[in-house]
Ligand binder design. Structure first.
Ligand code: SF4
Length: 352
């Protein structure tokens, strides 16, 4: 087994923005590489950050406590030669220098895994030394945990980017991703056998941020208004497109408790999935309906049936032209009629 290399000895400056310029050199925080491109340009240009909604602050704090506890448990499970980031010891610093900028961050854990973890990786890998192993840890809420377990990198592309850059910084082609459910304590270990994102694409994006930053320009907003990303974004005040109603989201955080906010997020994503399925179904059904109608006309029959399905033309509902009704009915009577109408809820979704 190899020794832990020298990159572990530096102390990472905390509480820095996602991008900052230090001694004339632009530094990107590894944990931020998956952020919205506009957010990174805002940080690069030194815009002030505003606080996140309280429930997110609390959730973030909770997450750190859990991550530290997970590391403690892992050390007790037999990891050795480790550099844990949260246990008061040295941090495993990640460095990656590029022509236009530097990347800096820390790994949650770098160390030699016990046999039980080794077994998660294909046996042929055991023959080659791949120590020390990079470990990234996330402690998630119930809903986020379920989402990660089912969707993994597709649903958490910023985690994929973060891990990919961390792997590149260490020169590792594999890693271990540990995810814990903060509510139930359930924990899953995912062996990562290749970087989950495209490092070239990430570097291209960061280059773009740096080049825009040098010109004093901002990137376009990347996320839809009201999205979770925008609600949590410390630069949301700087996305002033009048169609983007961040306030709605912020007001909701005052109305709803964290669990309800998470539930709302799940409803919204289910709604969008259902609407997408509905749209797809319409595209499939539309030519079929036209074909059935054509058959009906060609047959001259009023009704046709096949394989338990029957189709016929029915008269559409009748509507009264409002301008003609107004012409013959007094406003008082019209009001009575209108008062009986049934309101429905309209959902307009720019995020679809
Ligand atoms: S508010 Fe949304 S779109 Fe604007 S910078 Fe933040 S994450 Fe990006």
């Amino acid at each position: 087994m190899t020794n832990i290399p020298a990159y572990v000895t530096e102390i990472l400056p905390h509480e820095r923005p996602p991008v900052y310029v230090l001694d004339g050199v632009t530094h990107f925080r590894v944990s931020a590489v998956g952020y919205c491109t506009r957010q990174l340009t805002l940080a690069r240009l030194g815009y002030e950050r505003m606080g996140r909604p309280l429930f997110l602050e609390r959730a973030g704090h909770e997450g750190h406590l859990h991550e530290a506890a997970i590391i403690t448990d892992m050390l007790a499970d037999g990891w050795d030669n480790t550099t844990p980031a949260h246990t008061g010891g040295e941090q495993a610093i990640l460095h990656l220098s590029q022509p236009l900028f530097r990347l800096i961050g820390h790994a949650d854990l770098v160390g030699n895994p016990p046999e039980s973890v080794m077994r998660l990786f294909p046996s042929e890998m055991h023959e080659h030394e791949f120590y020390p192993l990079l470990v990234e840890i996330k402690a998630l809420s119930d809903a986020q945990y379920a989402k990660f377990v089912s969707g993994m990198w597709d649903d958490f592309p910023h985690y994929a980017d973060q891990l990919t850059v961390a792997m590149a910084a260490l020169g590792h082609t594999n890693a271990l991703y540990v995810v814990k459910n903060r509510n139930t304590g359930e924990k899953r270990l995912f062996p990562v056998l290749q970087p989950p994102s495209d490092i070239t694409k990430i570097m291209r994006k960061l280059n773009l941020v740096e080049l825009l930053g040098r010109k004093g320009r901002l990137a376009e907003p990347e996320h839809k208004s009201g999205s979770f990303e925008c609600m949590a974004c410390p630069y949301r005040y700087a996305c002033t497109d009048e169609n983007r109603q961040y306030e709605t989201g912020i007001e909701l955080t005052a109305l709803l408790n964290p669990a309800e906010m998470v539930e709302l997020g799940q409803f919204v994503s289910s709604y969008r999935r259902a609407k997408a399925a509905e749209k797809q179904a319409k595209e499939i059904l539309s030519p079929i309906r036209a074909h059935l109608e054509d058959l009906l006309e060609r047959s001259g029959a009023k009704k046709l049936s096949y394989d338990g399905m029957a189709w016929q033309k029915v008269k559409g509902a009748k509507y009264l032209p409002v301008h003609r009704v107004r012409a013959v009915i007094s406003p008082e009577v019209l009001q009575l009629i209108e008062e009986q109408r049934q309101d429905h809820m309209m959902v307009r979704d720019k995020g679809e």
